[in-house]
Design a protein around this ligand. Structure first.
Ligand code: GLP
Length: 257
């Protein structure tokens, strides 16, 4: 796992956006996995800036989002559909047909989850998957205890996640209890995983992800088994890491490729 530590949230976001930009330059029809949450907003802002500066063309890029709340129509201002359009899609030249965000309002979730997996497979799999991390160590909505081999499915959110996400809703009762999410196994098939985390509230999950045991209790820890995972943190999120000096040393001395 490549661990990159930046001083600030802004620098973390710029570094993540650069990795995405380089990937799109190498492969204009990149299959890009996207995440929601407040963490990647800075990265998306930087991608929008790059696009508006004429440095980045999304016309051939295909995107797949990780997750969505069950029961939430795409028009709801707390849906992840809405989030992605507000924070990225409305300001870049992505083709609407190339955008995939799982639906939270289908009749047959079992069939729909298989369809989502098939759509990813049809375009050759995700090339680069952007991830955040929940305070309980989840990626996507893969809560503690989820199989590290799981595929796209409907899950029950933990009380901790419901509490965390209630900051965006009027009342905690309004936060959906269920979500549809790519599984850990689905995420692990991405050719490159790029996780961002910032702030001291993420120090615990970040330490568990990088230096803890690989366990379904912290689904992000599965990334330790990924052959090509990059994690980028701001300084505040690294306070519980034991080998910070080594990660910084490795980054400073990384080979030019
Ligand atoms: C939600 C999303 C995750 C995200 C997490 C962290 O639970 N399903 O994909 O990583 O929130 O959100 P934030 O970045 O706001 O801390």
């Amino acid at each position: 796992m490549e661990v990159i530590i930046k001083d600030t949230y802004e620098e973390m976001s710029i570094e993540a956006a650069k990795i995405i930009k380089d990937a799109i330059h190498l492969k204009p029809n990149l299959v890009l996995g996207l995440a929601t949450g407040t963490t990647p907003i800075g990265t998306y802002k930087e991608l929008i800036r790059m696009h508006q500066a004429g440095e980045l063309d999304f016309s051939k890029v295909v995107t797949f989002n990780l997750d969505e709340y069950v029961g939430m129509p795409s028009t709801h201002d707390q849906s992840y559909h809405y989030f992605m359009h507000e924070n990225l899609f409305n300001d870049i030249n992505i083709a609407p047909d190339n955008v995939h965000v799982p639906s939270g309002v289908v009749k047959d979730f079992k069939r729909y989850c298989q369809w989502y997996e098939d759509e990813i497979a049809k375009v050759g799999g995700v090339d680069l998957q952007v991830l955040g991390i929940g305070s309980d160590g989840h990626i996507g909505f893969n809560e503690p205890g989820t199989s590290l081999a799981s595929r796209t499915m409907v899950v029950t959110l933990t009380e901790e996640t419901i509490r965390d996400n209630s900051r965006f809703f009027d009342r905690i009762e309004d936060v959906p209890r269920l979500a549809i999410t790519m599984g850990v196994g689905t995420i692990m098939e991405a050719k490159h995983c790029l996780l961002v985390a910032n702030g001291k509230k993420k120090a615990g999950p970040v330490a568990a992800l990088v230096e803890g045991p690989i366990t379904s209790q912290v689904t992000a820890s599965a990334l330790q088994m990924h052959p090509n995972a990059t994690v980028i943190f701001d300084e505040a999120a690294t306070s519980k890491l034991k080998r910070i000096d080594y990660y910084k040393w490795t980054y400073e001395n990384r080979p030019e490729v």
